[in-house]
Design a binder for this molecule. Structure first.
Ligand code: ATP
Ligand code: MG
Length: 436
């Protein structure tokens, strides 16, 4: 018989486990926490959409649409694309579901996104984003709130120190047209110095030359005119309101006049949170205002602003969370005690206490495993009774099954100093296990 070939993980995908998974979960939990504090609603949108949803909203000339999308005809010959980001799908849903009635709508979501890129550290083909959007608010206060939310998330993750908010304005339509004309004129006079990519950009998307990473483009990009001279009074007021709001909220920012979004419907605020700790993968969170997007998708003219961040990149920056450990390990002393051991475990868990079972091994083996798992207590189960042993102090005393959920449960939580029956961010390691 032919040998079965070992299956391979698809290039650019990840199997996330152990410390990596705890980092991942920490980011998602912190995001969920700030979502509640800022009173955003959660939303779920499909993993795939009709290709046109992304092509129209992200633009045919963008890197994502032109090179990175996973696009395929399904069995009914509809052309579908695995989402490379969330904003387009959320805006499509806003139109399809008639969510105008709820505007202004503050939404968050998270999950896998897909881009066909060259995999490297911090860059995958299936990665994960958290995403926050405010749809139906044209006020600069919406931009301020979204950025303050992002800033608080980074603080909760303990990484705001090494991460800088870079901010720019793209102005309103009038500003943008005038600036764009000036940029085309400037780059035309530097044609000879530009990279091939930027010569194409000059035709299709001249703003993008400004943030080109090709060193050949940098002199022309750096000497290009800033938007400031072209800002209308309205556009300047908007930007001042955003920066003033950030200052008032204590959110640090720096101006990056070279930060752009290529597409016409991006207006006013554009921003990135950047670190130098992840090499070339330095942008951890990026977004901006997209007032023309929903109209461009065929919906009613609706302002919007939002951002997305890579969960993996945030997780790499954050400190590794503690191992999770049980409060109680169940240790049956012999086979006859199995039934009572099962009943005790169920009772403790129903009382909200994280309880570990080992499935196999003699009493000594199971004790060793309880120690290794850093359980706070061992519940030693004999066929005719129970004993609770504090594994930190070694103290042991008999208890009754009837007392398990109530008295013993309360005592376990009190003695361990936990806020609840399982590990939480504020919990310290049990005494006797520190520094191991
Ligand atoms: P980059 O310049 O790194 O390619 P981008 O501009 O394509 O980023 P966005 O489309 O703004 O990124 O996506 C928002 C965030 O998603 C990024 O700031 C980053 O944290 C994360 N991200 C983007 N692409 C990847 C990827 N291939 N793997 C992991 N994370 C990614
Ligand atoms: Mg990219």
């Amino acid at each position: 018989m032919a040998r079965i070939e070992t299956p391979k993980r698809v290039r650019g995908t990840q199997d996330i486990f152990g410390e990596e998974q705890r980092r991942f979960a920490r980011v998602v939990e912190a995001f969920e926490h700030v979502r509640r504090l800022y009173c955003f609603q959660q939303v779920q949108v499909p993993v795939f959409e009709a290709t046109g949803v992304f092509a129209r909203s992200m633009g045919e000339t963008s890197d994502v649409v032109s090179k990175e999308m996973y696009t395929f005809p399904d069995r009914g010959d509809d052309l579908l694309t695995l989402r490379p980001e969330f904003t387009a799908g959320i805006c499509r849903a806003y139109i399809t579901e008639g969510w105008q009635q709820y505007a202004p709508l503050k939404l968050t979501t998270h999950g896998p996104v897909f881009r066909y890129e060259r995999p490297q550290k911090g860059r995958y083909r299936q990665f994960h984003q958290i995403d926050a959007e405010i749809i139906g608010a044209a006020e600069p206060a919406a931009d301020v709130e979204l950025l303050t939310l992002a800033d608080q998330l980074l603080r909760e993750l303990g990484i705001s120190e090494g991460v800088t908010l870079q901010l720019n304005t793209l102005g309103d339509a009038e500003t943008r047209d005038a600036w764009r004309a000036a940029l085309i004129e400037h780059f035309q006079s530097h044609r000879a110095d530009l990279s091939e990519d930027s010569l194409t950009r000059l035709e299709k998307n001249p703003l993008r030359i400004l943030d080109s990473k090709d060193p050949r483009d940098r002199p022309a990009a750096d000497s290009a005119p800033d938007i400031d001279a072209f800002l209308t009074a309205e556009a300047r007021d908007f930007f001042d309101a955003v920066t003033g709001g950030l200052d008032a909220a204590g959110v640090a920012w720096t101006r990056n006049a070279r930060l752009v979004r290529g597409l016409d419907y991006y207006r006013h605020t554009a921003f990135e949170f950047v670190t130098d700790r992840l090499g070339a993968q330095g942008t951890v969170l990026a977004g901006g205002r997209y007032d023309g997007l929903i109209g461009n998708l065929g919906g009613p003219e609706t302002p919007g602003v939002g951002w997305a961040a890579g969960i993996e990149r945030l997780g790499m920056l954050a400190d590794a969370p503690e191992d999770e450990f049980p409060l109680v390990a169940i240790i049956p002393s012999n086979d006859d005690a199995e039934a009572l051991a099962n009943a005790s475990a169920a009772e403790l868990r129903r009382a909200g206490i994280a309880t570990q079972t080992a499935f196999r091994g003699n009493l000594k083996k199971r004790m060793q495993r309880a120690d290794a798992a850093k359980a706070w207590f061992a519940l030693i189960v004999n066929a005719d009774g129970l004993a609770l042993k504090n594994l930190g102090t070694g103290e042991q005393e008999p208890i009754t099954f009837e007392d398990l959920a109530e008295r013993t449960g309360v005592r376990i939580i009190e003695e361990s100093g936990r806020q609840q029956g399982y590990l939480s961010e504020d919990d310290d390691l049990p005494e006797g296990f520190d520094g191991e």
